[in-house]
Design a protein around this ligand. Structure first.
Ligand SMILES: C[S@@+](CC[C@H](N)C(=O)[O-])C[C@H]1O[C@@H](n2cnc3c(N)ncnc32)[C@H](O)[C@@H]1O
Length: 290
């Protein structure tokens, strides 16, 4: 197992490539068509035109929509005005009931790959980036903690395959795998793995009142989290999500949990950057699990 491996997906064929090659092939086709219709030109002019064409195409299809859409994301809207009234009851129920859903084979395969990569790195302290999205935070954490191994886990192959615009050589002490977190946490727990740090950054808020059990703290797998140990940090642009997360940890018997506003001077994730630049309040819940 090479630590240079950046992303693993057990369930699907290799990630779809959106590389420059595909782009230039398409651009090349269009150019060849236009050459046959146009007067003969010198190769130097043709190269400039091709470059200009490619730039305009990239700008209009990729950069312009992002410029228009950027920094105008809406804050979370919800009919809920405080922590959910059923939260404590649901968390206690989950803490006292075994979560029996069978582990999906693709999650087990991803877990095995992750453990081998970690072992090949010499089993340094482990950081888990749960719901890592495109994996930018995983790489940033790997750079920030060079003597740790950072594991990014996300269920979305599409997100994992997206270009993170990481500048330079990616850090070798990280791996991103495609897996579903509830299974992955349980596999870690069953294998007796202990974390040094655990990040749950900008999980989907599921803000409707009836969606409590879709939020991580309302999920049957949530009681597994404190058992994984380490310094835990959950961030969100919805204050209620963070307050609920803290409340749920309290129900599970975690003593010192703090809730605070987070300024994100240097954003760790793309969502953090987008929310911060849109002027949202950012919040975090932290605790150290024994
Ligand atoms: C709002 S995005 C945040 C991504 C990243 N942490 C960031 O801040 O840019 C939430 C991410 O959680 C992932 N996710 C949601 N439910 C998941 C699950 N059950 N297992 C694994 N990943 C999940 C989604 O695919 C998505 O990438």
């Amino acid at each position: 197992m090479q630590l240079g491996l950046r992303a693993y997906d057990a369930g699907r064929p290799p990630f779809p490539s959106r590389s420059c090659n595909d782009d230039s092939r398409r651009a090349g086709t269009t150019w060849r068509t236009s050459v046959t219709c146009a007067p003969v030109r010198s190769p130097a002019v043709s190269a400039w035109e091709l470059a200009l064409y490619r730039f305009c195409r990239w700008f209009v299809s990729f950069s312009l929509p992002r410029l228009i859409m950027y920094a105008n994301s809406r804050p979370v809207a919800s009919a809920q005005t405080g922590t959910h009234e059923k939260l404590a009851e649901i968390v206690s129920k989950h803490a006292n009931t075994e979560f029996r859903k069978p582990i999906a084979p693709y999650n087990r395969a991803a877990f095995d790959v992750a453990v081998v990569a970690w072992q090949d790195a010499g089993r340094p302290p482990l950081i888990l980036d749960s719901g890592c999205g495109v994996g930018l935070s995983t790489m940033r954490l790997a750079t920030q903690f060079p003597d740790h191994f950072v594991l990014g886990v996300d269920q979305s192959a599409h997100r994992l395959a997206r270009n993170t615009f990481w500048q330079g050589e990616p850090p070798s002490n990280h791996l991103c795998v495609r897996a579903e977190l509830a299974d992955f946490w349980r596999l870690m727990h069953d294998a007796g793995i202990r974390l040094a740090r655990h990040y749950l950054l900008y999980p989907n808020p599921w803000p409707k009142i009836g969606q409590l059990q879709r939020r991580w703290h309302g999920h049957p797998a949530f009681p597994t989290l404190p058992a994984l140990g380490g310094r835990f940090e959950c961030r969100s642009n919805w204050r209620i999500y963070i307050e609920e997360c803290a409340l749920a940890l309290g129900v599970l018997g975690v003593a010192a949990v703090s809730v605070e506003q987070h300024l994100a001077a240097t954003p760790l994730t793309p969502f953090e950057q987008k929310y911060r630049d849109s002027g949202h309040g950012l919040w975090r819940c932290t605790s150290t699990f024994a």
